[in-house]
Design a binder for this molecule. Structure first.
Ligand code: ARG
Length: 233
């Protein structure tokens, strides 16, 4: 990587060299259909990951840019240097750890199952999913879990909103997705119900390209400061 930081402090981050005014740009890859972690209101990106990433960029004196793309393309984009890091409510998992480096975990979550409230009596335990039509977001840990369900017919969508629409219109029976975004979709929607407690805990972390130890160290240091000052848990 070329060190193109005008301040000359040696911060060569990734391979991209965009300079905006004085500040180097730090590009976050995400999929912004995942409230409360990343979502859009008009042209603005909001959510916990956005706030954490902004706090990191501020500590590094860099300008945060957001690149919104399909979840299942994020790690390829990272490894192709199209983004500097990924913050997308992404769960640490062994397969991903082969491809990228993760930061410290910053959030505990788990996969939940969203169903139509009218069907609730049929969903007493996880075996109720067997043979069902299950919608997921492509490339997620929920997708992996759905693929393991016996005789299930799995539809992988780009956006969780499409998976939820498929549930509402009856073309699928259930959506496997992360617990907090599941609650966001179900909030104020009497027709939907969220089931939790069927799947193991997962931990969210940000992902950085393997070998980009400089950015990894900088982000980890920013996390340490945020943990110390209470910005991050
Ligand atoms: N936690 C799940 C995973 O890592 C889903 C993350 C989806 N994130 C998103 N921004 N759409 O696979």
């Amino acid at each position: 990587p070329v060190d193109d930081n005008p301040e000359g402090n040696g911060a060569a981050v990734g391979n991209e060299g965009d300079v905006d005014g004085e500040k180097l740009v730090l590009t976050m890859g995400t999929e912004a259909g995942f409230e409360p972690f990343e979502y859009k209101e008009g042209d603005n990106y909001l959510g916990i990951d956005i706030e954490l990433a902004q706090a990191i960029a501020d500590k590094l004196n860099m300008e945060l840019q957001i690149s919104d793309m399909a979840f299942d393309t994020l790690l390829d984009a990272l490894n192709a240097d199209m983004v500097d890091f990924v913050a997308a409510g992404m769960s640490i998992d062994p397969e991903r750890e082969q491809q990228v480096d993760f930061t410290v975990p910053y959030f505990n979550a788990s996969q939940a199952v969203v169903i139509r409230a009218a069907d609730a009596a049929n969903y007493t335990d996880v075996t109720a999913l067997e043979g069902k039509k299950i919608a997921v977001q492509a490339g997620t840990t929920g997708n992996d879990l759905a693929d393991l369900v016996k005789d299930a017919d799995v539809s992988a969508f780009t956006a969780y909103s499409e998976a939820i629409s498929a549930l509402e219109n009856g073309s699928v029976d259930a959506v496997i997705m992360d617990n907090f975004p599941a609650s966001s979709f179900a909030a104020g929607n009497e027709a939907l119900q969220v089931i939790t407690g069927w799947y193991e805990e997962e931990q969210y972390a940000m992902a950085i390209k393997k070998g980009n130890t400089e950015l990894h160290d900088m982000v980890m240091a920013a996390f340490d400061e945020m943990i110390a000052d209470g910005t991050a848990a």
